[in-house]
Design a protein around this ligand. Sequence first.
Ligand code: PEP
Ligand code: CO
Length: 465
Amino acid sequence: MNTRPLNTASVDAPGLPEPLDWSPESWQAHEALQQPQYNDATELAEASAHLSRLPPLVTSWEVLALKQALAEAQDGHRFVLQGGDCAESFNDCTSPIISNRLKVLLQMSLVLVHGLKKPVLRVGRFAGQYAKPRSTDNETRDGVTLPSFRGDLINGQAFTPEARRADPQRLIQAHAHSALTMNFVRALIDGGFADLHHPEYWDLAWVESSPLAAEYREMVTNIGDSLRFMETLAGPIAGFSRVDFFTSHEALLLHYEQALTRQVPRHRGWFNLSTHFPWIGMRTAALDGAHVEYFRGISNPIAVKIGPTVTPEKLLPLIEALNPHDEPGRLTLIHRMGNAQIAEALPPLLQAVKREGRRVLWVADPMHGNTESTSNGHKTRRFNNIAGELDQAFDIHAAAGTRLGGVHLELTGEDVTECMGGARDLSETDLDRAYKSMVDPRLNYEQSLELAMLIVRKSVGSTSA
Ligand code: PEP
Ligand code: CO
């Protein structure tokens, strides 16, 4: 499916050294937001030491191949599809949940490749998305106050003192669950699961009745016909039998990230080998904070989430700190403004970055600026707001002369009812039926596919594609 081969030639290039005044633990001298309180420093030190001896989850040459591919996306030669759960959980580390999520991402990327006529760079929000920023440190129920749930990497969701204690053993468990997830994804892909000759492998049981099924099937038939035609003329085309998949997560818990930050032979600098593509969340992107300090020293491609309170005066120093050499593929900015705010908040940022000639990849996250609560207490998002923000994002980039190079979505392959609207027009009462998210509401399979179709319709008609 990926007709533009990924380049691993840079693997033996020496690369940039880490900054002189940086080390994997130098973040500890800065203010680290959104970290739990561990009540036993020895236990944390022992778990970190154990983790730092375990094998990494990814390799430096994969990380460098992704950086190269992101550089190509910056130049308009690829489109990035980044998606997965808001929060992974250890319980959901199961065969059906992992393979269904992969199926949705593969189907969406098929729609995008077919419609955009360019390779799609697939990045999962998985194999490490186990830590969540929270709006408050504590939660109170019926007069009892306990630490907030911060994701399975840190503590448990049950409202008991034992579950909510920040437990260092979870660092090891998160690494193990990430490794299990990676192993299964790699095996599926290497075993032909992603073979374009067999898109029927990606069908989900409840797709048959989808209002979008006919449009999707027609596309699959068209692609199959073209493939057979080309292979009749040219013989089997190897590139169509497998795809590349990369992993990403919010690198929030810095003790975990530090323990998986490693040096490798034949390349200068340090790599975060817990994931290919870590990002800094909106709440932890302060210029003088611990997360920016940690990220500035690693050699991975990195992303930063930016919300409506970010001004050009804040953004430009952040770009300078994180990508001082203007390295291609190094820095992605994921804007998550909200449907109501994007028209005002985004243009000044695009203009400032363009004026300064900084090299970034712009990606839209139309999820996190559109979260609301219903009267019966569900956190939800309206499909129309998600689609609306994305629609505006394409137009705003086109007007600014910049390029929207990808999307960042929270989605699942399960038949959940967490976001309202979409082809089946899910309503507030539908949310009670299958609301399973631990944190933020996700697009279900149909809503995800519908969004992919909207992206194609939009960008085919727009100069920014
Ligand atoms: C997230 O991606 O789940 C998240 C918390 O995003 P943001 O940092 O943009 O709020
Ligand atoms: Co989220």
